[in-house]
Design a protein around this ligand. Structure first.
Ligand SMILES: [Cu+2]
Length: 397
């Protein structure tokens, strides 16, 4: 008797609990994890991944997505139902748009080049109080939600609280061609599974690796020269090269061999994500690279008089009032230097060109009027530091 009453009571409780729970949560909320970028290569093929490693996603309202940022990327959720091409064109890339990586700095005026700084709206999270796995930032579709790139843990969690039917694009502000589509589907509709995301990731990485190795070998295997419209012979070189979903971080060919008086032309036309420079000599390039972005404190904003103040603390937060922090970019980092003819010790730099930051892709040509050592003149990319170098050997005529 007692035991059958217990069973009946339990049954009633289960039914009541079921009635309460069913309409509220038709299915459990999912927590997804999506890898963003990451090195794909090895010592031989220096390929960097340029994808959100997930297929176009279908999620339920209230699901969370943790973006694992591997490398210098952002996961930036743009307002729901925006046209992603127009949004990216109007807001990201280049200099001075609302979410460009680089903003003008009216406080600094020395020299001939316009001064710039990192855009705080791009590099810092749009909300500092959330984003951890156990404290997701709520995204309701009205505003842009940005992970930022300068974050302590390279991981950013957003709760997708937009409406059913909303389409959300996630864009990397540093490489605006990196994108992910998310659609919010009705409670009963099938959503993406983590298994499917993981399978997609493994498949894309394997395919991109293979593709990158083939392109790397093709570009490494030969050197070309061509005659320009004005009848001059130039030797061709490439400052990095991107394929769909990856960037090759190398100069091709690794060593260009020319005769004294000839020219080398570096092409940036193969870049859709990355930016690079051609900067020589190597050691001066390293110094420019190290001092590329310097923390300063700006007490009065862009409208107030400059220049900015030196940092107030040696390490982070750099400024006693963190809202004053900005990172000024050295003009020698961003803009061309030199006279177009390279001699030993001359500083010559193309400035930054490519798919994201400067959105310039014009080639850079240098004439070599002096012979080099057997090793050649060593050069580098100020963005990728000593990791990315190349040589030009100049033989006697
Ligand atoms: Cu990126």
């Amino acid at each position: 008797m007692r035991s059958s009453r217990k069973v009946a009571l339990l049954g009633a409780l289960v039914i009541v609990a079921g009635l309460l729970a069913t309409p509220l949560t038709a299915q459990a909320q999912s927590a997804f994890s999506v890898r963003v970028g990451g090195f794909l290569g090895n010592r031989e093929v220096p390929a960097d991944g340029m994808r959100f490693y997930a297929p176009a996603m279908r999620v339920h309202a209230g699901d969370t997505i943790t973006f694992k940022l591997k490398g210098f990327h952002t996961a930036t959720l743009i307002p729901a139902n925006s046209d992603v091409d127009s949004w990216a064109r109007d807001n990201a890339g280049g200099v001075g748009k609302p979410f460009s990586l680089i903003a003008p700095d009216p406080d600094e005026t020395s020299g001939d080049d316009p001064h710039t700084k990192f855009n705080n709206a791009a590099i810092f999270p749009s909300d500092q109080t959330c984003g951890a796995a156990d404290n997701a930032c709520s995204y309701d579709g009205t505003d842009t939600l940005n992970s930022g790139a300068f974050i302590d843990t390279p991981s950013f969690t957003a709760s997708i609280d937009a409406g059913v039917g909303d389409v959300i694009w996630v864009v990397c502000l540093i490489h605006p061609e990196m994108r992910l589509r998310i659609e919010v589907v009705a409670g009963g509709a099938t959503a993406t599974t983590q298994e499917r995301i993981d399978a997609y990731k493994d498949n894309m990485i394997a395919g991109d690796r293979d593709d990158a190795a083939a392109l790397d070998h093709k570009l490494s295997a030969r050197s070309t020269k061509h005659v320009t419209a004005s009848g001059k012979v130039v030797h061709d070189a490439y400052a990095g090269f991107d394929g769909p979903g990856y960037s090759l971080l190398a100069f091709y060919p690794q060593k260009v061999v020319v005769r004294r008086g000839q020219k080398v032309r570096w092409h940036f036309s193969g870049l859709r994500y990355e930016d690079h420079s051609v900067t020589m000599p190597f050691k001066r390039g390293i110094a420019i690279s190290r001092n590329g972005a310097m923390p300063v404190c700006d007490p009065d904003g862009d409208a107030g008089p400059g220049p900015d103040n030196p940092p107030e603390t040696q390490g982070p937060p750099f400024c006693n009032d963190p809202s004053q922090l900005e990172f000024d970019i050295s003009p020698a980092f961003l803009y061309p230097r030199g006279d177009g003819a390279h001699k030993r010790g001359d500083l010559d730099s193309s400035g930054v060109e490519g798919g994201g930051i400067h959105t310039g892709k014009s080639p850079y040509t240098l004439k070599f009027t002096k012979t080099s050592s057997k090793d050649g003149f060593r050069y580098m990319c100020v963005i990728h530091g000593g990791f990315m170098d190349g040589f030009v050997r100049v033989k006697p005529r």
